[in-house]
Design a protein around this ligand. Structure first.
Ligand SMILES: Nc1ncnc2c1ncn2[C@@H]1O[C@H](COP(=O)(O)OP(=O)(O)O)[C@@H](O)[C@H]1O
Ligand SMILES: [Mg+2]
Length: 257
């Protein structure tokens, strides 16, 4: 693989690439995030685990500025990106996000799915957008699918295209929300392999997943979300093999059967 897509983004004066501090998010009276603290170092992979409804998607959406937080700080390379005085679109463009349902535009060819935002939102010239898109498709092993429509792809290929699309703007941070959960089991591996390859190129990632074997192999840190907070965190060996807190133990027992 070629050089990583992540531009060097270390915050001035050191510190983590992403710093989430005391983030609070409520929907009506329902407190979903109740003071989440989380750091992601540059080039690290941090995995979020937790029961369904524990707020993993909400946290990722808050970081990607798709949800407004009620309180707290979200810093990317030292900038408080949730500061309402900043242009949220500009800050959001510094991150890539991939969803469970790849959200590709079905009426657009793969290549056009990748060039759409660069051309329309970021005013990248068509030739350059196309060259960037082809390079990124090559990177995810799908250069030969540039002219295909999404419904001509397998789920695994579609998700790899969605990842390529998220990377085409060279984000500093990639956010992934259960990107293998909608895939047939035999297609999960190709997507996880791609994520492991992206890590080896230095890409910084924060992802929610139920793939514990992947977390064990690839994550630098695992964070267990419970009751609106990071209830337990540590290396995969610590959290997944030797959890200290009862809720974490219970959760892991439940998902491993
Ligand atoms: N837009 C929304 N409006 C109201 N409640 C929401 C909204 N989004 C999420 N929630 C609630 O927030 C809680 C956390 O959801 P979510 O972040 O999707 O959890 P997870 O991804 O861990 O399964 C759930 O109780 C969910 O119903
Ligand atoms: Mg979710």
């Amino acid at each position: 693989m070629r050089r990583g897509p992540a531009a060097p983004a270390a915050p001035a004066g050191g510190g983590p690439l992403l710093r989430v501090q005391q983030v609070r998010k409520t929907f009506g009276t329902h407190v979903v995030l109740d003071g989440v603290d989380l750091d992601v170092e540059e080039h690290a992979v941090v995995v979020l685990i937790g029961a369904s409804g524990s707020g993993k998607s909400t946290l990722l959406r808050c970081i990607d500025l798709l949800e407004e937080i009620d309180d707290g700080v979200i810093e990317l390379a030292g900038t408080d990106i949730a500061d309402p005085r900043l242009d949220a679109d500009v800050q959001r463009a510094r991150m890539g996000m991939v969803f469970q349902q790849y959200n590709l535009f079905g009426h657009l060819r793969v290549i056009d799915n990748l060039t759409l935002a660069p051309r329309l939102v970021h005013k990248v010239p068509a030739d350059q957008a196309r060259a960037d898109a082809l390079a990124m498709l090559d990177r995810v092993g799908l250069a030969d699918k540039a002219r295909a429509f999404p419904d001509e792809l397998s789920g695994g290929q579609a998700q790899r295209v969605a990842i390529a699309r998220a990377l085409v703007g060279r984000p500093e941070l990639l956010l992934l929300d259960e990107v293998t959960s909608a895939l047939d089991p035999e297609l999960v591996g190709e997507v996880l392999t791609l994520l492991a390859e992206l890590k080896s190129t230095g890409l910084t990632m924060l992802l929610a997943t139920h793939e514990m074997a992947f977390a064990r192999e690839v994550a630098d840190e695992v964070c267990f979300l419970h009751a609106g907070r990071v209830h337990e965190r540590g290396t995969p060996a610590q959290v997944l093999s030797d959890p200290q807190r009862e809720r974490t133990q219970e959760f892991l027992r439940r998902i491993t059967g």
